[in-house]
Write a protein that binds this ligand. Structure first.
Ligand code: IPE
Ligand code: IPE
Ligand code: MG
Length: 231
């Protein structure tokens, strides 16, 4: 299970997708939810083992209350409509982020969805909600301090991340053409391959995912070493 490909996606461009159509931003988020459904199923079909999705960042609270309420309403609908599908397809839903700031009914749904799908092992869908890479690292250091540690190793830190039992992402895709991480999986992405397609998130689909995988396959991952023929 842990040896498969880990693809992480910073899903960006919902607002621009809506703007181009003269629609409100939340129509873009609703269309983005459809793209999530398609991408989760395509990931199963393509044999990806872990799909991390950045859905709501610790910085996204800066947006208008109307947009935030819209996003959480869409998330509520997504959970209601998809947990049975996850169980049928053998998909384990996992959440990374601080759930304590979310509407209570949603944090409860997320916790029970994680429990209900815990034994599923075809694909892990790991969703960042109220997630920030810095927030995760601060949390990890504070957990270590609480344990009485005064000096820590990278291994100690890894053990306290939300993703402590997952391998690092092999490939990070950010849609919409923006080329930044925006506080996503900062510790885990140290050696991930990065890919920035122009496609806006609501237009993302199996074809776009296959293209990303074909780009990834051509990359030469060296991890600080040199390639064999140069040795
Ligand atoms: C990504 O789309 C979804 C979230 C960050 C919640 P955006 O809402 O950031 O879309 P743009 O960047 O405004 O187009
Ligand atoms: C990153 O997208 C966060 C998510 C995809 C959840 P943003 O649209 O919030 O990032 P910035 O503000 O453009 O960096
Ligand atoms: Mg954006």
């Amino acid at each position: 299970m842990k040896d498969g490909l880990h693809v992480a996606i910073i899903l960006d461009g919902n607002g621009r997708w809506a703007k181009r159509r003269g629609l409100p931003r939340n129509a873009g988020h609703r269309a983005g939810m459809e793209a999530i459904k398609k991408t989760v199923l395509a990931s199963c079909e393509l044999g990806i083992k872990i799909l991390s999705l950045f859905a709501f960042s610790t910085e996204n609270w800066k947006r208008s209350q109307k947009e935030i309420d819209g996003i959480f309403g869409i998330l509520r609908d997504y959970l209601d409509e998809n947990i049975e599908v996850y169980k049928e397809k053998g998909i384990n839903l996992r959440i990374m982020g601080d759930l304590s700031k979310l509407p209570e009914d949603i944090s409860k749904k997320l916790i029970s969805a994680q429990e209900e799908t815990a034994s599923c092992d075809k694909l892990i869908v790991n969703v960042g909600i109220n997630y920030g890479g810095r927030d995760e690292l601060v949390r990890a250091f504070n957990l270590l301090l609480k344990e009485g540690k005064s000096i820590v190793s990278a291994e100690d830190i890894k053990k306290k991340l939300y993703t402590h039992d997952l391998p690092d992402p092999d490939l990070v895709i950010r849609t919409s053409g923006e080329q930044r991480l925006s506080n996503f999986m900062l510790f885990q992405c140290a050696y991930s391959e990065l890919y920035f397609p122009k496609i806006l998130w609501p237009d993302f689909n199996k074809k776009a995912l296959k293209k990303a995988l074909s780009v990834y396959k051509k990359r030469d991952r060296r991890f600080g070493n040199v390639t064999e023929e140069k040795k």
